[in-house]
Design a protein around this ligand. Structure first.
Ligand SMILES: [Zn+2]
Length: 196
């Protein structure tokens, strides 16, 4: 985990335009260290990444995936992954659920859970969704990066094996709201002292 007191250095070592080795410095008029190319003057900006996923339900159960990749290989998570360029949040969440759990879903708007994780420069976004029935076969299965996909009743969620704090928070929020049947969009900030 990164120390929040140390600003992250720019990730680029070479210019993405001309391939020259970059310098790490604060450009004129800026306040952050950037990767600046001394040859073509291109400034490379590092910005947060967005993870999108779903809390997919079927008959009161929640779809979880046991990860087959690091980090947190072997632990359970909501189907989620990095948003791709040119995707909407909803498109990314749908795609990730399909890729990780081979599950077709109907997403519920608006966004349900937003988690700021500034110390790792990520934003995690979860939609609620319902699992579509598949008349031709299984409704879900393990995708490429998943060991196992399974529907869990709320009482059976394996809390000791849940992968990420953002997922744990989103699940807890969802379970609290399920008790009342009212789902307003929620927002949470994960502190730097906590693991992801
Ligand atoms: Zn350059």
């Amino acid at each position: 985990m990164k120390n929040n007191n140390i600003p992250p250095m720019p990730s680029a070592l070479f210019c993405m335009q001309c391939g020259h080795k970059v310098s790490h410095k604060v450009p004129a008029g800026d306040h952050h260290v950037r990767a600046v190319c001394p040859q073509c003057a291109t400034i490379h900006y590092d910005n947060p990444k967005c993870v999108v996923g779903t809390i997919t339900q079927f008959e009161g159960k929640i779809l979880l995936c046991r990860r087959d990749i690091e980090p947190a290989r072997g632990l359970w998570t909501l189907p989620a992954g990095f948003l791709e360029c040119n995707e909407t949040l909803a498109q990314g969440a749908w795609r990730e659920t399909f890729e990780e759990a081979c599950a077709q879903t109907d997403l519920i708007e608006p966004v349900y859970a937003l988690v700021d994780i500034p110390h790792i420069s990520q934003i995690h976004v979860f939609f609620r969704a319902t699992l579509k029935e598949n008349p031709h076969g299984a409704m879900f299965a393990a995708g490429e990066e998943t060991q196992e996909a399974r529907l869990f009743a709320i009482k059976d969620i394996p809390w000791d094996e849940v992968a990420f704090r953002s997922v744990r928070w989103a699940l807890e929020a969802f379970i609290q709201d399920s008790a009342h049947g009212v789902f307003a969009t929620r927002h949470h900030i994960l502190a730097a002292t906590q693991t992801i």
